[in-house]
Write a protein that binds this ligand. Structure first.
Ligand code: BES
Ligand code: MN
Ligand code: ZN
Length: 508
């Protein structure tokens, strides 16, 4: 887990303790520094004004300038002026991005302790506490690094061990509440970074049993009960979907169950996450290009683990059961074949046309199992289809289901946390595409509407009276762009913030 690269300390009613190595101050695109400069650091405002008047920094978002100024007596002080763009255009995202940029600048300039005055002003009307929260979230998420497999201290190696401490100046009023809020945000970021770590982990290291170990590890320190079914128990439960997908690998499949019940008689949410630790396609082998990225095909399961970790750490009074079916999809002499017909745990028979449509097979058994828990709602997350990436790209996850209310509540949560969801319809006509001449259904519906027919397939394994939502995160769980300040290249941990928000707003 990986927010450990960034510490955040709060300084109430005071400029952060000296010596900090630099002090960050926001500058808008009109060339004005944030307002607090006029009162809180009068001694430097002339020098700041002079630098801005000279056009050394125009306040464009993300641009920055180091300005050495005279300290009161001792060492000189290094100001870090950072552009926020036009004040009227500042959004929560601007602040999150700025928090991430500050950590990166600190890291690349050898600044171990960075003071920060940005949370002393309401930027474009955003409340002070909220400003602090967004800055902190950006710092924690942007400070994330996956460097387990990089040898430390090698020459030319960009890896440094620096832990950055962000000294956040805040108003003294309601400090305790702000501390609590930031602690909650940290737990959510920790959960998201856990999901990122798992997503970035290669298939040789993170196997299905490895996923189970991760879950067990969580149960050691948090009030979560973990049960893991191995092949023997999966057989007993007739979970042939999970078994068939896993039968080609020497790393056997598992079903991981995590229970967190701290909500008394509040509703029960079951979250199901697809966890294929590596998806080669199986006998229906994928093309070679970018196949290595298919180590992130367990991102749905990773989101479930990260989410459960976060709500347990926050001690939310909610009831949640997480189900993570996990397997490795490889071709071998024991692998399932195209044409195989399998009986899923639900008793429905599936003709496996394409072994690369494996996610829905493991989800079918897990969704069926969810029924036996008598949930009030079911949400599944899965890197399910390339078709969803074609439809929505990397900006939004696909959202499917029949319960309008649940879809609306999820959509709202996603919008709030910046993990956008977009609906795709499950019209009855699409179900027709799954018809098989020899079994109850095929596991693929052809090229057309691929994300939707996958959703249709899943819909056959949930109880029609239980609100259910399917979220296809194939396009949002992996980011090789490196363009978002708070998102390093690789796994995104998508779903964790969404589910946490949903749990906080809709389950308590
Ligand atoms: N894990 C893939 C889907 C995927 C593709 C996720 C690209 C992220 C990026 C899934 O198991 C898969 O292979 N789906 C097939 C289904 C098809 C055979 C009907 C696909 O999308 O090609
Ligand atoms: Mn596949
Ligand atoms: Zn897959």
């Amino acid at each position: 887990m990986n927010t450990a690269h960034t510490n955040i300390e709060l300084y109430a009613d005071a400029i952060p303790s000296w010596p900090c190595d630099a002090l960050a101050i926001g500058v808008y695109e009109d060339g004005q520094p944030q307002k607090v400069v006029a009162t809180a650091c009068k001694e430097w405002s002339k020098e700041i004004d002079r630098a801005l008047a000279a056009g050394w920094l125009r306040g464009k978002e993300g641009h920055f300038l180091f300005l050495p100024v005279a300290g009161s007596g001792q060492a000189p002080v290094r100001l870090l002026l950072i552009g926020l763009g036009k004040e009227k255009a500042v959004t929560p995202q601007t602040l999150e991005d700025t928090g991430a940029r500050l950590v990166k600048i600190a890291r690349s300039h050898g600044i171990a302790r960075l003071g920060c005055l940005l949370a002393l002003d309401r930027h474009n009307g955003i409340g002070l506490g909220a400003c602090a929260g967004y800055l902190a979230q950006g710092a924690w998420l942007g400070g994330y690094r996956f460097e387990q497999f990089k040898t430390k201290g090698q020459e030319g190696d960009a890896v440094s061990q620096d832990v950055i401490t962000l000294e956040l100046a805040v108003m003294g009023k309601r400090l305790e509440r702000l501390r609590d809020t930031l602690q909650h945000i940290k737990h959510v970021c920790d959960g998201q970074c856990l999901a990122r770590d798992l997503g970035n982990m290669p298939g040789n290291v993170l196997t299905p049993e490895g996923m189970a170990q991760e879950a067990r590890k969580m149960a050691e320190t948090l009030p979560i009960q973990v049960t893991v079914w191995d092949e023997k128990q999966l057989k007993k439960q007739k979970m042939n979907g999970i078994l068939a997908v896993g039968q080609g690998s020497v790393h056997p499949p598992r079903l991981i169950m995590l229970e967190y019940r701290q909500g008394g008689d509040r509703p029960l949410l079951v979250v199901v996450g697809k966890a294929i630790t590596f998806d080669s396609g199986g006998i229906s082998l994928k093309p070679g290009a970018k196949m290595e990225e298919m180590k992130f095909d367990m991102a749905g399961g990773a989101a479930v683990l990260g989410f459960m970790h976060a709500i347990a750490a926050m001690k939310l009074p909610v009831n949640v059961v997480g189900l993570v079916p996990t397997a490795e999809n490889l071709p071998s002499a024991t692998a399932q074949r195209p044409g195989d017909i399998i009986e899923t745990a639900s008793g429905q028979w599936v003709e496996v046309i394409n072994t690369d449509a494996e996610g829905r097979l493991i989800l079918a058994d897990a969704l069926h199992h969810a029924r036996s828990l008598a949930p009030d709602m079911i949400i599944d997350l899965a890197t399910l289809t390339g078709a969803c990436v074609v439809a929505l790209g990397h900006e939004a996850s696909g959202l499917m289901g029949f319960d309008k209310k649940l879809l609306r509540r999820l959509g709202r949560a996603g919008k709030k946390v910046g993990e956008r969801l977009w609906p795709l319809p499950l019209f009855p006509g699409y179900q027709e595409l799954l018809k098989s001449p020899v079994a109850d259904m095929k596991n693929v519906g052809g090229r057309d509407a691929g994300a939707i027919t996958a959703g249709c397939f899943l819909s056959r394994f949930v109880d029609k009276d239980t609100p259910w939502a399917h979220i296809d995160i194939a396009g949002t769980a992996w980011d090789m762009n490196g363009k978002k300040p708070s998102q390093p290249k690789g796994a995104t941990g998508v779903g964790v913030r969404l589910l946490c928000r949903f749990a906080q707003k809709e389950l308590q």
